[in-house]
Ligand binder design. Structure first.
Ligand code: SAH
Length: 244
């Protein structure tokens, strides 16, 4: 009986993979993967393993999600151990839920292998704790993919509470609109912000600013990158460790 492992590959640093993900990768007959922060991962597979890339290029899906679902299903009909590998965690903006539902509807067994999501690990490698006593007692992970000026936006911008840390994924191309919107809903323009690119890898870059000047400061930063907004960003000054 075949099985599909919906597996998180972690944020980039190879050692941030789980033991379980490494085991299923080593046993995989086929690996269906997205653009990964660390392609070294694929070298762990056995020699006979088949590789199928279904990732995004420049933020655009080369293959529509419906087709990806079908590719995974077909792989499960043909192979015993199917690994569907995604960056970070498969259920954090990874569309892992949709893929699991598609398999369930067709009677295919699956397992979810959580991964270390970039939304907390990338700030950590920049010396930014997403929560910290005396700073904030909550954080949110929000898609930045949706432009804040979109009419039927699913994001309830007014609901962001004052001292909450906000982590935007997929937000770099909308950073101007996002920072403007946050100021508009009442966040001080002096609120600290960080943009962290290629976090947890050798190419990690961090830019620190405020809602007012982050757009200018981060204009040349390479992707993938996340945006962190909140007072906790100030802690980086003392806690930065990775670049040193
Ligand atoms: N499932 C993934 C997120 C997928 S959305 C997870 O849990 O991490 C893709 C977005 O994640 C990118 O646009 C970027 O905002 C962020 N991202 C992923 N890896 C990153 C990295 N190493 N450094 C910075 N941002 C990263």
């Amino acid at each position: 009986m075949s099985k599909v492992y919906l597996t998180g590959a972690g944020p980039g640093d190879l050692e941030l993979m789980t033991l379980k993900s490494v085991r299923v990768i080593k046993e995989a007959d086929i690996i269906i993967y997205d653009k990964l922060a660390n392609p070294e991962i694929l070298k762990m597979a056995k020699e006979s393993c088949v590789f199928k890339f279904v990732g995004k290029e420049f933020g655009k899906h080369l293959i529509p999600q419906d087709e990806i679902n079908e590719i995974i299903y077909q792989a499960a009909l043909k192979h015993e151990n199917v690994v569907r590998l995604k960056g970070g965690d498969p259920f954090v903006f990874g569309r892992g839920g949709e893929e699991a539902l598609y398999l369930k509807d067709r009677g295919i067994k699956f397992e979810i292998i959580p991964g270390i999501t970039s939304s907390i690990s990338v700030p950590a490698y920049a010396g930014i704790p997403v929560t910290n006593r005396g700073y904030t007692c909550s954080f949110r992970v929000v898609t930045g993919h949706e432009a804040p000026n979109k009419k039927d936006s699913q994001i309830n911008w007014e609901s962001f509470i004052a001292d909450e840390t906000i982590v935007f994924l997929m937000g770099i191309h909308n950073i101007k609109l996002i920072s403007k919107k946050l100021i508009k809903i009442g966040k001080p323009s002096s609120t600290p912000c960080a943009v962290i690119s290629r976090g947890t890898t050798k190419e990690q870059k961090v830019v620190v600013g405020t809602l007012e000047d982050i757009v200018e400061k981060a204009k040349d930063i390479p992707t993938p990158a996340i945006i962190v907004v909140g007072e906790v960003v100030k802690l980086r000054e003392d806690l930065k460790w990775f670049e040193e």
